[in-house]
Write a protein that binds this ligand. Structure first.
Ligand code: AMP
Length: 397
């Protein structure tokens, strides 16, 4: 995929009202933001637009609400963002996000000023991409900037609808960076190109597996999803997670890998437990097979070694999904080993958001990776080869 969308550098910003869709959907526990990576990720674009004379109007969703909900107000984000920007940012809350008081605030803005609107999901139309809210958003801006990669796979008013009613719809630095790494690595990778997929379910990653088999040299499958593949090959998997209705699909993918000459690697040993619990009776298997009454909760030592060797020689690595139940300290070693091997490798290393991004950051390997995607669902859809609606809607160069 060649990326030919206009960016903030391709349009004139001076004196323009610039509506910027960010992804400020941060985790908040007891009134505190517990992970501010998404705020940090937005700073470069905000600063660029502000320093180039734009009147910056920020918007974002927060949480899963479908109407006004005080507990999901962006007020807390506005306070932290002000500190991070080192600049006073004005929060202009409204239960309908855009109303006359917001319009009046916007009309008083000077070049370089920054304001933040209330949670876009306070408007029930947002998720349905309805015209009324899309038009409201468009009515307060001259230029629309999308920098919310994490929601680019959703066609909402603030990601897609608004673009129909503005002349200039462009992307910010964050989306540009995501597409550069995810896009270039998938369409034009330095080889050997290795993808590592893990996590709970095959069904969540069906199209990712199918698409990546057309691109990679090696596909590593670990985590809960590996057991469906192992069962499809006739191994005993005990009480491990399995999707019976995906056994045929797993067989097809194993066959496809063979036909495409892709090295598809599955665990050759496991760390198993007698129940889904950190304090389960813990054992290590000697081979692929798992005894009755036990379930695979992590990849074993031999598997870690094999995966490490493959990663040593790779030039591009993409990882999505943990190798085991990494939330349990007795079963997180496989995920740690893969993160470590990626951190030590000279390859271009890309983490496809979600749980693997959290794991890598928690383990302290974040700064050792080339790129950690800010979008779990969006990066997965991207790896499926899908066109993301929020990106598709932007103006071409
Ligand atoms: P996903 O959201 O599909 O990336 O899945 C992440 C979840 O998969 C994590 O919560 C892991 O605990 C879970 N997981 C990984 N390996 C296993 C396994 N062997 N059995 C059950 N769940 C697993």
């Amino acid at each position: 995929m060649t990326f030919n969308k206009k960016s903030i550098e391709d349009v004139s910003l001076k004196g323009k009202r610039v509506l910027m869709r960010c992804d400020f959907n941060v985790p908040i526990v007891d009134g505190k933001i517990t992970d501010e990576n998404r705020l940090l990720g937005a700073l470069d674009t905000i600063k660029y637009v502000s320093q180039n004379g734009g009147k910056v109007i920020l918007c974002s969703h927060l949480g899963k609400v479908k109407g006004p909900d005080e507990s999901k107000s962006l007020k807390i984000v506005s306070e932290r963002l002000s500190q991070l920007l080192g600049k006073n940012l004005k929060f202009v809350p409204s239960d309908v996000v855009v109303d006359d008081s917001v319009r009046s605030e916007v009309s008083k803005m000077n070049e370089g000023d920054i304001i933040l609107l209330e949670n876009t999901r306070f408007r029930p139309e947002e998720g349905k991409c309805e015209e009324a809210f899309s038009k409201d958003l468009a009515s307060i801006c001259d230029v629309y900037v999308n920098d919310a990669f994490g929601t680019a796979h959703r066609a909402h008013c603030s990601t897609v609808g608004v673009t129909k009613f503005v002349d200039e719809a462009v992307c910010g630095y964050l989306i540009q960076k995501e597409l550069k790494f995810l896009g270039d690595s998938v369409s034009n990778p330095q080889r050997p190109f290795v993808a590592i997929l893990g996590g709970a379910k095959v069904s969540d990653k069906i199209n990712v597996i199918n698409n990546l088999l057309n691109k990679v040299d090696t596909l590593i499958i670990g985590g809960g999803m590996a057991y469906t593949f192992l069962k499809a090959q006739g191994y005993s998997i005990g009480t491990s997670l399995v999707e019976e209705d995906k056994l045929e699909y797993a067989k097809e993918m194993l066959q496809k890998a063979k036909e495409k000459g892709v090295n598809l690697l599955l665990p050759v040993d496991h760390v198993i437990g007698d129940k889904f619990d950190n304090n389960a009776t813990r054992k290590e298997t000697v081979d692929q097979n798992i005894e009755d009454g036990f379930m695979g909760l992590d990849i074993g030592k031999k598997t870690c070694e094999i995966f490490r060797d493959v990663l040593k020689n790779a030039k591009t690595v993409i990882w999505n999904g943990p190798m085991g139940v990494f939330e349990f300290s007795n079963f997180n070693q496989g995920t740690i080993e893969v993160a470590k091997a990626m951190a030590e490798s000279n390859a271009l290393t890309i983490i496809g958001g979600g749980d693997s991004a959290a794991a890598v950051n928690t383990l302290g390997f974040g700064d050792k990776m080339t790129h950690i995607s800010t979008g779990g669902g969006a990066s997965l859809e991207f790896l499926e080869g899908k066109v993301l609606p929020g990106i598709d809607a932007l103006n071409n160069k």
